[in-house]
Design a protein around this ligand. Structure first.
Ligand SMILES: [Fe+2]
Ligand SMILES: [Fe+2]
Length: 469
């Protein structure tokens, strides 16, 4: 079904034929816009931004590009096409038909999964709302806004499910998604990472690299769900998500590139000299990677989890790319887990958070390989690494333990003394913040980051991607 843009809420779910649902969502719409106006990038509401808007869910051509003022963005409800005859791909009901409605016994778990995912979407917009003032280029400014409007649409995606399938509880949850706010003392967002401030662009690139990638893994596992509307929603969200991670990977890559240029120019790898020259030294970048990677690893939950086991066995949430595995039931297998008490054999079903975390980390390695190749080619020994998944955990069996980024248990006082060798210190953050000088001349870049290899949608890098009012 194609998307009807004449509707108040663009959609491909035939909203016009469900008046009750349509009215409920049209009632929520002004609340969403109010939220955007108050908590989104509100200082840029008059700017013309070169944005893509979803116009179909066809993989070949799903978006159209053009100048849009963000409050006029057409946030809508788009589900990937239904796959005829789709059956449940894992768990105890494997092979049975997928569900078009929510089974009563799974109602509260599914609602919690959807609310938790939905909560992250507006949270990230809130976290990023002031970054526009410090943009390193118009190209980057446009990418930030593209991500922001799409996270807004991801909120719509989850709110649609809540309204359409969860009755009054769902409508109440949809309101609360606009009432919790990132970092709020009384009503914070649900997950810790989404309450961390993002006040500089180095953090934004790390966030989009690590945290949006967590999003990818969550969406992939929900795309496997037996609850078909959830699966279809997530499949289309993944199409948009790819760009967010692209911004992270190329953003960090451009920082590395610029730093290497400065190192060559100055003939040194001394951090103080590189900083004096207005670039990010590689050890500093490593601290930012450590911070955001370890924070994002918590999003996968405890290594040993009976919730994860139940969600899988019941068909609610699979593994990312479930089809790549051989065993989809997992009743007779175990996994060896490293815990502070030593190695433990854990039923595989209970270890699924860890399975997901491991495949996520593998995906994270891809960017590091690319950045390290650039560093190696420039003739330097320094290598960027991912921190151990035991480092800085605030959930699971390694919670609160004094472990260094290589995974080694240290005496508590040594850990505390050395923590800022591994994650940004207040001085590091102040320095990075000092680099954030706004650059808004088309084609110009801030001095701490190299230009991108190419522009958006085949336009040149010096295109005026944002026309500021
Ligand atoms: Fe998202
Ligand atoms: Fe995202």
């Amino acid at each position: 079904m194609s998307i009807d843009y004449a509707e108040k809420i663009p959609n491909n779910v035939d909203l016009a034929h469900d008046r009750t649902l349509q009215r409920a969502l049209e009632h929520w719409q002004p609340h969403f816009l109010e939220w955007w106006h108050e908590m989104g990038p509100s200082d840029f509401e008059k700017a013309d931004v070169y944005l893509r808007t979803a116009t179909s869910v066809d993989a070949k051509g799903w978006a159209s590009y053009g100048a849009v003022k963000m409050p006029d963005y057409r946030w809508g409800i788009f589900l990937a096409d239904q796959q005829p005859g789709r059956t449940i791909g894992f768990g105890d009901q494997m092979g049975q038909a997928v569900w078009q409605q929510v089974p009563g016994e799974h109602r509260s778990t599914l609602r919690r999964l959807i609310v938790t995912q939905g909560d992250t979407e507006p949270a990230s917009v809130e976290q990023q709302r002031l970054l526009g003032h410090l943009c390193p280029s118009l190209y980057d400014l446009r990418n930030l806004f593209q991500i922001n409007v799409e996270e807004g649409r991801h909120l719509w995606a989850m709110v649609y499910l809540l309204h359409a399938y969860f009755g009054r509880d769902g409508r109440e949850e949809a309101e609360e998604l606009l009432e919790r706010h990132s970092g709020d003392a009384d009503k914070p967002r649900i997950l810790t990472t989404f309450n961390e401030p993002i006040s500089d662009w180095l953090s934004l690139y790390c966030f989009t690299y690590f945290t949006d990638r967590d999003g990818k893994y969550q969406l992939k596992s929900l795309a496997e769900s037996a609850f078909d509307p959830l699966s279809r929603t997530c499949r289309f969200m993944l199409t948009e998500e790819a760009h967010h991670m692209f911004v992270g990977e190329t953003g960090i890559g451009r920082v590395v590139k610029r730093t290497l240029e400065v190192m060559k120019e100055l003939g040194t790898d001394e951090p103080a000299k590189i900083r004096a020259r207005g670039a990010v030294d590689l050890p500093l970048l490593q601290k930012y990677l450590n911070f955001w990677c370890s924070s994002s690893l918590d999003l996968f939950g405890s290594e040993i989890s009976s919730n994860a086991a139940a969600s899988f066995a019941n068909g609610l949430k699979g593994r990312p790319d479930e089809a790549q595995y051989e065993d989809h039931v997992l009743r007779d297998v175990t996994l060896k887990l490293d815990t502070p008490e030593g190695e433990q054999d854990v039923p595989m079903l209970n270890a699924l958070n860890e399975v997901m975390r491991e495949s996520y980390l593998k995906d994270c390695e891809i960017g590091l390989k690319r950045w390290n190749r650039a560093i190696e080619r420039a003739g330097h020994d320094f290598r960027l690494t991912l921190p151990s998944s035991r480092f800085r955990r605030s959930i699971g069996s390694w919670v609160g333990l004094p472990v260094d980024p290589r995974g080694k248990l240290l005496p508590k006082e040594e850990y505390l003394r050395r923590l800022h060798e591994w994650v940004p210190s207040p001085e590091d953050r102040t320095f990075v913040r000092s680099l954030m000088q706004r650059v808004i001349e088309p084609g110009k870049m801030a001095g701490w980051i190299a230009p991108p290899d190419r522009g958006i949608n085949n336009l040149p890098v010096d295109y005026e991607y944002v026309h500021l009012a």
